[in-house]
Design a protein around this ligand. Structure first.
Ligand code: PHE
Length: 347
């Protein structure tokens, strides 16, 4: 083997010298160079594999020779790579048009529902209400029982919901009134809160009803809070939100308020749109409201002989349609950016 050993040594040295003549003037050529010398099936690897045929007393020297080849190949590769990259960068810089307009960063837009909610919130914040929050997955007690709607109460049918399998007593809240119950059990009056959020009802889905929608509720509990306070607060809201000049309160029923009412705002019947929205009456229903039932106060640990309060609740979707002139509620949920981007500057 000594003859062929000598040949192997000579071959490694020859390859090492020849390497300087390889073409590495383009990225493609450089990659070919890398594969040929340093790749997993490349020359360096191949020579190393021959180590086992080299007599033990020559292995050290053979290792040095192959290593010299490897280092020479790596050095050539790194130098050529750095040179090519510097050239590419130079060309790029030379052709870069510093006066060209920048890539636009697409600005997101707030959803009409979010914008509407924020308007409502800011109106009430101006008169001393602050935002309170509560969970959408709620315990039966906060959503129904505390709000004077016990298990077998017929009003539960008005607000059928989704129950959580395997979690007895847990459901998706049907109104943000659960926040009223939570705040009243946690704090003492004076309480003046506004509760925006998403709510759920188990209804047959149609163009008019969704299993999911948004509400804002309000609650004011203190000594001496009266029906007149409620009326004035809601009138202020109607003025600020809709520019309404008149409101009316019609008797209604909610298990958690007594007396209860629906509030309408006066739109009039002048335009086609107003006649359509108000079904020819000029009045548009906006929200439900009433004096907090003393039983609800007691359920939440508030002394009903000392405190009174009012509460109100409204859906957001229809108000958003009116505010932005959107003709169909389904458009609010389709997430079509062609619709949504129109409101980018609406705040
Ligand atoms: N929680 C009622 C609903 O979802 C609205 C409401 C709130 C009515 C507060 C009166 C007082 O329909």
């Amino acid at each position: 083997m000594s003859v062929s050993n000598t040949e192997v040594f000579a071959e490694v040295r020859r390859v090492t010298e020849a390497l300087a003549n390889e073409d590495v003037s383009t990225f493609e050529a450089l990659e070919e160079f890398r594969v040929k010398y340093l790749g997993t099936k490349g020359l360096v690897k191949g020579f190393l594999e021959q180590m086992r045929h080299i007599p033990a007393d020559q292995r050290r020297e053979y290792g040095l020779v192959v290593n010299a080849l490897k280092q020479a190949a790596e050095l050539r590769y790194q130098k050529a790579k750095a040179k090519l990259e510097a050239e590419a960068e130079h060309t790029r810089a030379a052709t870069l048009d510093l006066t060209a307009p920048g890539e636009p960063i697409p600005l997101g837009a707030r959803h009409p529902i979010a914008i509407t909610m924020e308007r409502i919130i800011s109106i009430f914040e101006r008169i001393g209400f602050s935002v309170a929050d509560g969970p959408e997955i709620e315990h039966d007690w906060y959503n129904f029982t505390a709000m004077n709607t016990p298990e077998d109460h017929p009003a539960r049918d008005m607000q059928d919901t989704f129950y959580i399998v395997g979690a007895p007593g847990m459901l998706l809240r049907t109104h943000t009134s659960n926040v009223q119950a939570r705040v009243m059990t946690a704090r003492k009056p004076p309480i003046r809160i506004i509760a925006p959020g998403r709510v759920y009802r188990n209804e047959t889905i149609s163009a008019r009803s969704h299993a999911q929608f948004h509400q804002v509720e309000g609650l004011y509990v203190d000594e001496g809070v009266s029906f007149a306070d409620m009326k004035q607060t809601l009138f202020y809201f109607a003025q600020q939100m809709f520019g309404a000049t008149k409101i009316r309160l019609r008797p209604s029923f909610f298990p958690f308020t007594e007396p209860s009412a629906e509030m309408d705002i006066w739109l009039g019947t002048k335009t086609e749109e107003d006649r359509r929205l108000t079904k020819g009456t000029g009045w548009l229903e906006i929200l439900g409201c009433g004096m907090v039932d003393p039983q609800v106060l007691e359920n939440c640990g508030i002394d009903s002989s000392r405190y009174t309060g009012f509460a109100f609740g409204m859906g957001i979707e229809r108000q958003a349609l009116r505010l932005f002139g959107i003709p169909d509620i389904r458009l609010l949920f389709e997430n079509d950016v062609r619709l949504l981007r129109q409101f980018a500057s609406a705040l």
